[in-house]
Design a protein around this ligand. Sequence first.
Ligand code: GTP
Ligand code: MG
Length: 302
Amino acid sequence: MQLSKLASGIKRGDRVALAKGITLVENEPGRASALLRGFGVPTRSFVLGVTGPPGTGKSTLVDRLIASYREKGLKVGVIAIDPTSPLTGGALLGDRIRMTAHSVDRRVYIRSMASRGWSGGLSRAAADAIRLMDAAGFDVVLLETVGIGQSDIEVVGVSHAVLVVLMPGLGDDVQVSKAGLMEVGDVYVVNKADLEGADTMVVSILSLFRGTLRSPPVLKVSALSGEGVEKLLGAVEGFRGRFVSGAEDMRLKSVRGMIVETARGAAMTRFAAVSERGADRLAKRVVRGELTIEAAAAKLAP
Ligand SMILES: Nc1nc2c(ncn2[C@@H]2O[C@H](COP(=O)(O)OP(=O)(O)OP(=O)(O)O)[C@@H](O)[C@H]2O)c(=O)[nH]1
Ligand SMILES: [Mg+2]
């Protein structure tokens, strides 16, 4: 499809055009950047990152958020980064099943992006997809990603606010602090509060922040029973309210994340091209004793 036609389709909010745009972003970053340039700086969509260890109930909460925003008449987009590791591979089907209630709703758009084979490039693709959703007139974009390690969590760097979803029995604080979840959250959710150990989990999260400059709220929630969900929705609405009234710090944070991910993605693309072109020739020179490995590496990536 012609880029200009695709662009006007996306601006009209056409779902097929949006789907094609996101596929372009995933497969052809070069053409996608030409498309994105035409849309200007994103201003419309409030982007909420939802991250946390596998199985803590992120998708269940996202489902609650979709329902709540649809009640307000807002247009909601969801980007779910599919965990493709064997550990969490079963989640995809679960996500699909839970969100089917919304899948027939024309004002909800749910898209999965696979993390396999992307490494740092996935964050760029997610940032680009958000820009497309912004252009397509979504009021809210929910960005769900499994936060196991730093690179998974990087993805939420483009959000205006981030929920970190935890649950009782995660095994003290190690998972939380090691994965880098401590730094990214604006609100910490201890989900599955209907299970035993929720209070202990709240206490251990609070203790992680003791002595630091941050004291984000820690909310006890049960996405299943609904307990605490109203309060969580209220907290999220607080962030959205600030965003809608033009909070500069939020806009800066998200745009900063987009710049960083776009640069990182471009560097990766460039490096992939460079390494394919130059490495064989450099290896010969190193073996002949003309170059050290360090000098050869510096030629590859100056
Ligand atoms: N008891 C209880 N179970 C819950 C609650 N919320 C979610 N679950 C269950 O926990 C399981 C995982 O929920 P998901 O919403 O798929 O969790 P997730 O964090 O999206 O999972 P991944 O995407 O695989 O990381 C499902 O079986 C849910 O039904 C809750 O509040 N209480
Ligand atoms: Mg999920």
